[in-house]
Design a protein around this ligand. Structure first.
Ligand code: UDP
Ligand code: MG
Length: 148
């Protein structure tokens, strides 16, 4: 089954949105496979965002991600990467639809509350980086009530 890496960024933690955000993924029917509350250091954040290292906002982005604890998670389910991105909303909250996490809870692009993998392959890479120890092996007993 497909997996994605989701991270509640430091602003989401500070603003008390952890429960609300987890709830949206849970209620959709996705399965939580890994979760940790961590503060990452600069080199780790630079690794996570390595693809963006040439962008002008890179240093500010790294400062933002290391500014406090984050909630790192692995969620599993059919199409969870693409659907997760829809639940999160557009990168710039000014363009995120109402009903999405960023549309409902964010204003500025540099304080957009949450990260989600943009493709299955980058998801695999991010999960390997954040959860080198692996994730939980379990299957929800609700599985057949969610999948036909
Ligand atoms: N970002 C920013 N300014 C920009 C573009 C991106 O501060 O002009 C930040 C923003 O927090 C975004 C993150 O960099 O979530 C990663 O950018 P990406 O394009 O990968 O967006 P995402 O995949 O998070 O929607
Ligand atoms: Mg991205």
């Amino acid at each position: 089954m497909e997996q994605t890496f989701i991270m509640i960024k430091p602003d989401g933690v500070q603003r008390g949105l952890v429960g609300e955000i987890i709830s949206r993924f849970e209620k959709k029917g996705f399965t939580l496979k890994g979760l940790k509350f961590v503060t990452v250091d600069r080199s780790f954040a630079e690794k996570h965002y390595a693809d963006l290292s040439a962008r002008p906002f890179f240093n500010g982005l790294v400062e933002y991600i290391i500014s406090g604890p984050v909630v790192a998670m692995v969620w599993e389910g059919k199409n969870v990467v693409a659907t997760g991105r829809k639940i999160i909303g557009a990168t710039n909250p000014a363009e995120s639809a109402p009903g999405t996490i960023r549309g409902d809870y964010a204003i500025d692009i540099g304080r957009n509350v949450i990260h989600g993998s943009d493709a299955v392959q980058s998801g695999r890479k991010e999960i390997a980086l954040w959860f080198p120890e692996g994730v939980a092996e379990w299957r929800s007993s609700l599985h057949s009530w969610i999948y036909e």
